[in-house]
Design a protein around this ligand. Structure first.
Ligand code: BES
Ligand code: ZN
Ligand code: ZN
Length: 492
C-alpha cells in the first residue's frame, strides 16, 4: 500500500524522490519546456519521458506523462499509474504527482491510479538473489513506492480527503484480489482460499464456510461435482454485511475455480498455463463486499464464493454424468471443462433464497467472450435491462471496460434439450458460447433481477503492464461492484 496524501504545493517545490508531471497538449510548458524538448517529449498519446530534476524542482528526477487537453478521470487514473511505474523503475520510494485534476473526482482518480499502478507481485521472488535485473533478465525484488503526494488546489477540502480515503479502501480490495489471482494454484486450493477469505474479512463482515460434508447435506451437487476429482475438497464461503437501516439487498456470486485443468475434458497444456486465474470472480466479489462494508455503505450485501479445483482423476465427474443442483434441477454434464456454470448454479440458488433485490455474478466463464470482446472488456448479460444498464453505467464511472451482450432467444431451447436430465450443461456447437452459458445460469435465479459479468478476458493481463494495469491478475470488476453498491444505496 502506498500512503497517499494531498498538498497544494507547486510542482517545483514539492518534496519527493520523483515528480510525476502531466503535460497537457497545447500547453505552455513554462520552466520544464527546455528539459522536455531535450528529451524529445512531444506530448504524443501515452508518451512518458524521464529527466533529472536539476534546479527546476526538489525531486531527484521528473517523469513527464502526456495528457489530452481535457483529461477524463480515466485518463488521469492511467497517467498516474503509468507515472508511478516509471518512477519506481528509477527506484523512487516517494513521488509527487502533478496531473492538474479539475475537481475532487479527478483527485480520487489520481489516487486510485497511484495505488493500482504501484502494485507489484513479488511474494515468490527470493531476497538472496538481490535487487534489479538478475541473470537471465528475470525481475528481482525492488524498492517499493511507500508514499505519494497528490498536488491539487483542492487539497485542503474535506471532500478531497474523503475521496482519497475511499480510493485507498477500494484499491486495497483490488490489490488483494490481484494477490489471490497471482498466487500459484497449488498454494491456493479451495480450503486455503476459504481460510484466506476468512482472514481478509476479519470482523468487518460475517463469514461462514461450508466444507464438503456440509455441501452434501445442503445438496450443492454442482460445487461437489466439479470438486470431486481433486484431493483438495471444495468449499462454499458466504459473507454477510447487514448494516442497520439498509433498504436494498445486493447478492454477489463468484466463480472460484482455484485451478481449471478442464477435468476429464482436459485442456491442452498451453491453455492451462494461466488457469490459476479461474477464481478471479470469487476474489472480486469477496474483496468488493469487504470494501463496501469498510466504506459503511447503507446496503445489505450477501456474497457466495463457490470454490473448487477442477481436476481429472479416477473420482472425477465424467462427461455423461448427471448432477443434481441445490434447487433439485438435474443437469447433464457433457464437457467437464464447462465447470464454472455448475458451481455458479448452486451459488445463484443460494443467493436467490435470500430474496435479494438484485444479484450480480462474476466469472471467468467462457473463452467465447474473449473472442467476442477481446481481452480487455467484460461481457454484461442478464434478465433485467434496467439493472443491466445500471451496471453498465457504473462500469463507465469506475473506468472498467464492459459491454452488453444479449441472451438470444434460441438459447433457452438449447439449454433445455437434454434427453436424460432437466438441462444440458454444454452446447455441442461453440457459436454463441457466452450466451448459452448465461442462458444456463438464468435457469437458477427464478425471476430475481440478475446480471452476469463474464470477465474471462480482462481478469488476467498476459501482456506487459500499461496504465494502472499490471502483469497478471487485474482485480477487474471490484471497482464496478463497489460503484453498483454505492448507486443502489444512494437510490434507496
Ligand atoms: N475457465 C474457462 C474459461 C476461460 C478461458 C477463462 C480463457 C479465461 C480465459 C472455462 O471454464 C472454460 O474452460 N470454458 C470453456 C467452455 C466450453 C467447454 C463450452 C471454453 O471457453 O472453452
Ligand atoms: Zn473450464
Ligand atoms: Zn473455468
Amino acid at each position: 500500500m502506498v500512503s497517499v496524501s494531498l498538498s497544494t504545493s507547486k510542482p517545483t517545490t514539492a518534496r519527493a524522490d520523483a515528480l510525476v508531471l502531466g503535460i497537457r497538449s497545447e500547453e505552455d510548458h513554462d520552466v520544464f519546456g527546455p528539459s522536455l524538448e531535450a528529451v524529445g517529449f512531444t506530448g504524443e498519446k501515452g508518451q512518458v519521458a524521464t529527466f533529472p530534476g536539476g534546479d527546476l524542482t526538489r525531486a531527484r528526477f521528473v517523469v513527464a506523462v502526456a495528457l489530452p487537453s481535457e483529461p477524463t478521470a480515466e485518463h488521469l487514473r492511467r497517467a498516474a499509474g503509468q507515472g508511478v511505474r516509471a518512477a519506481t523503475k528509477g527506484s523512487a520510494t516517494s513521488v509527487a504527482v502533478a496531473l492538474h485534476p479539475a475537481g475532487v473526482d479527478e483527485v480520487a482518480a489520481i489516487a486510485e491510479g497511484i495505488e493500482l499502478g504501484a502494485y507489484t507481485y513479488d511474494a515468490y521472488k527470493s531476497e538472496k538473489r538481490g535487487k534489479g535485473r538478475g541473470k537471465g533478465g528475470s525481475k528481482r525484488k525492488k524498492d517499493k513506492l511507500t508514499s505519494a503526494v497528490v498536488l491539487s488546489p483542492f487539497a485542503r477540502q474535506t471532500t478531497a480527503a474523503r475521496a482519497v480515503e475511499r480510493a485507498a479502501t477500494v484499491t486495497r480490495a483490488v490489490n488483494t484480489a490481484r494477490d489471490w489471482v497471482n498466487t500459484p494454484p497449488g498454494d491456493l486450493r479451495p480450503p486455503a482460499f476459504a481460510d484466506a477469505i476468512g482472514t481478509h474479512a476479519g470482523d468487518t463482515v460475517k463469514v461462514s464456510i461450508w466444507d464438503e460434508k456440509r455441501l452434501a447435506r445442503e445438496r450443492c451437487g454442482g460445487i461437489l461435482g466439479v470438486g470431486v476429482g481433486s484431493d483438495a475438497p471444495p468449499r462454499l464461503v458466504s459473507l454477510t454485511y447487514d448494516p442497520p437501516g439498509a433498504k436494498q439487498h445486493l447478492a454477489l456470486v463468484g466463480k472460484g475455480i482455484t485451478f481449471d485443468s478442464g477435468g476429464l475434458s482436459l485442456k491442452p497444456g498451453a491453455s492451462m498455463q494461466t488457469m490459476k486465474l479461474d477464481m478471479a470472480g470469487a476474489a472480486a466479489i469477496v474483496t468488493a463486499t469487504v470494501a463496501i462494508a469498510e466504506l459503511g455503505l447503507p446496503i445489505k450485501v450477501t456474497a457466495f464464493a463457490c470454490l473448487a479445483e477442477n481436476m481429472p482423476s479416477g473420482t472425477a465427474t465424467r462427461p455423461g454424468d448427471v448432477l443434481s443442483m441445490r434447487n433439485g434441477t438435474t443437469v447433464e454434464v457433457l464437457n467437464t471443462d464447462a465447470e464454472g456454470r455448475l458451481v455458479l448454479a448452486d451459488g445463484l440458488v443460494l443467493a436467490t433464497e435470500g430474496k435479494p433485490d438484485h444479484i450480480v455474478d462474476v466469472a471467468t466463464l467462457t473463452g467465447a467472450c474473449v473472442v467476442a470482446l477481446g481481452d480487455n472488456t467484460t461481457g454484461i448479460l442478464g434478465n433485467d435491462d434496467e439493472f443491466r444498464d445500471l451496471v453498465f453505467d457504473a462500469s463507465k464511472t469506475s473506468g472498467e471496460s464492459m459491454w452488453p451482450l444479449p441472451i438470444a432467444e434460441e438459447m433457452k431451447e438449447k439449454v433445455t434439450s437434454s434427453s436424460v436430465a432437466d438441462l444440458r450443461q454444454h452446447n455441442p456447437k461453440p457459436a454463441g458460447g457466452t450466451l448459452f452459458a448465461a442462458a444456463f445460469l438464468r435457469e437458477f435465479v427464478d425471476d430475481t433481477s440478475w446480471v452476469h459479468l463474464d470477465i474471462a478476458g480482462p481478469s488476467f493481463n498476459e501482456g506487459s503492464a500499461s496504465g494502472y494495469t499490471p502483469v497478471g491478475g487485474t482485480g477487474v470488476a471490484v471497482r464496478t461492484l463497489v460503484q453498483v453498491a454505492t448507486e443502489l444505496a444512494d437510490a434507496r
